[in-house]
Design a protein around this ligand. Structure first.
Ligand SMILES: OCN(O)CCCc1ccccc1
Ligand code: NI
Length: 191
């Protein structure tokens, strides 16, 4: 069994930082049905995200807040990620998915007004990160069942950030070098 069992408390020193070649790796598809080990790793990753957004636990374990985490960020060459996002109404939306594929996307772009950050990047990188406003994703859940998700808003942006990681892409790869705050054509800004 790997270190990342369901009860293992993942901390910041488990997260690899930019410069580690695994962050520039196109990660390998995960075998279905999911092994017990891969299921436990995804549960451990999701728990980290919940802890990182908890006022008490994030302080106790010195965690940076994160809304998503990809397996290669904890050193695993596996095509899988977890997402945990609370919406405006305070409802939590959680996902643990493997072998995701963006099967269609809008022409229109969107980007976060405050730009993006990354748990694997210990420095601010200012600039707009243009992404598809809406995406349709096919992936597989913990039971190996196929899921198709139509996403927009912050969830769409988070999924694109995570799927980028699984393809060795970092958010700042999308920032315009000449003018980081260049407004992409017909893009809608999300705060
Ligand atoms: O890969 C996950 N991660 O580094 C945590 C931050 C995720 C994230 C931050 C801003 C916009 C989209 C996604
Ligand atoms: Ni990231």
């Amino acid at each position: 069994m790997s270190k990342f069992t369901a009860d293992y408390i993942l901390k910041m020193n488990d997260i690899v930082r930019e410069g580690d070649p695994i962050l520039r790796t196109v990660t390998k598809e995960v075998e279905l049905p999911l092994s017990k080990e891969d299921k436990e790793t995804l549960l451990c990753m999701l728990q980290f995200l919940k802890n990182s957004q908890d006022p008490v636990l994030s302080k106790k374990y010195h965690l940076r807040g994160g809304v998503g985490l990809s397996a290669n960020q904890i050193g695993l060459d596996k095509r899988m990620f977890a997402v945990y996002v609370k919406d405006e109404e305070g409802n939590a939306h959680e996902y643990m998915l493997v072998n995701p594929k963006i099967i269609s996307h809008s022409v229109t772009k969107s980007y976060l007004a405050d730009g993006e950050g990354c748990l694997s990047v210990d420095r601010p990188v200012p600039g707009f990160v243009p992404r598809s406003e809406r995406i349709k994703v096919r992936a597989y859940d913990l039971d190996g069942k196929e899921v198709v998700l139509r996403l927009k808003g912050l969830m769409s942006i988070v999924f694109q950030h995570e799927i980028d990681h699984l393809n060795g892409i970092m958010f700042y790869d999308h920032i315009n070098k000449e003018n980081p705050f260049k407004l992409p054509e017909d893009a809608s800004i999300k705060s």
